[in-house]
Design a protein. Structure first.
Lengths: 113, 109
């Protein structure tokens, strides 16, 4: 069974540009979570999607947005990139059956120059 | 007070040592408790999961939960250099997940 997959693995952008990160959850999982992990720091919760709806949002500005598609895959968009947006962006999924367990992808390393 | 606090580390131990990693929490609503292992620049990997007070063992790893004291621990026996990673505690109620900041562990050969 395939795990959570994220693309791209690495992304290099310049200040002011937009970045789009993609995530495919484990088959059968309906919830997708996005986290930001800056170098040396802990996981910062960004967004939670379930059944196509945004369920919760962390303390991030509106230029961080996303969506979940009918097949439960998800996209994270970051507009007007700033240098401090450089981080590892992690996607995780869970299911209604095992909703107390989160399974993570390998992440997208975003570098803003 | 943060919702979840974790021993900050970093922690360096010799190969073969017993390692104890600890977290405390303040919200008594938490029902499920997890430990994740994260290698550098990789996604966290679910290591241990438990929902009741007491011990749960899996190979060299033992997860301990004390709900009355709001305290969880992960013990690693016979630690190996391959255990060198950052360990994150996590807990949840409903679908709200809260992570500790992580403890970086180095096991020296």
């Amino acid at each position: 069974e395939a795990g959570v997959t994220q693309s791209p693995t690495h992304l290099i952008k310049t200040r002011g540009q937009q970045a789009t990160l993609r995530c495919s959850p484990i088959s059968g999982h309906t919830s997708v979570y996005w986290y930001q992990q800056a170098l040396g720091l802990g996981l910062q919760f960004l967004l939670w999607y379930d059944e196509g709806e945004e369920r919760n949002r962390g303390n991030f500005p509106p230029r961080f947005s996303g969506r979940q598609f009918p097949n439960y895959s998800s996209e994270l968009n970051v507009n007007a990139l700033e240098l401090e947006d450089s981080a590892l962006y992690l996607c995780a999924s869970s299911s209604r059956v095992t909703n107390e367990k989160l399974f993570f992808g390998s992440g997208t390393q975003l570098s803003v120059l | 007070q943060k919702e979840v606090e974790q021993d900050p580390g970093p922690l360096s131990v010799p190969e073969g040592a017993i390692v104890s990693l600890n977290c405390t929490y303040s919200n008594s609503a938490f029902q499920y408790f997890m430990w994740y292992r994260q290698y550098s620049r990789k996604g966290p990997e679910l290591l241990m999961y438990t929902y009741s007070s007491g011990n749960k063992e899996d190979g060299r790893f033992t997860a301990q939960v004390d709900k009355s004291s709001k305290y969880i621990s992960l013990f690693i026996r016979d630690s190996q250099p391959s255990d060198s990673a950052t360990y994150l505690c996590a807990m949840t109620y409903g679908q709200n997940f809260v992570f500790g900041p992580g403890t970086r562990l180095s096991v020296l050969p």
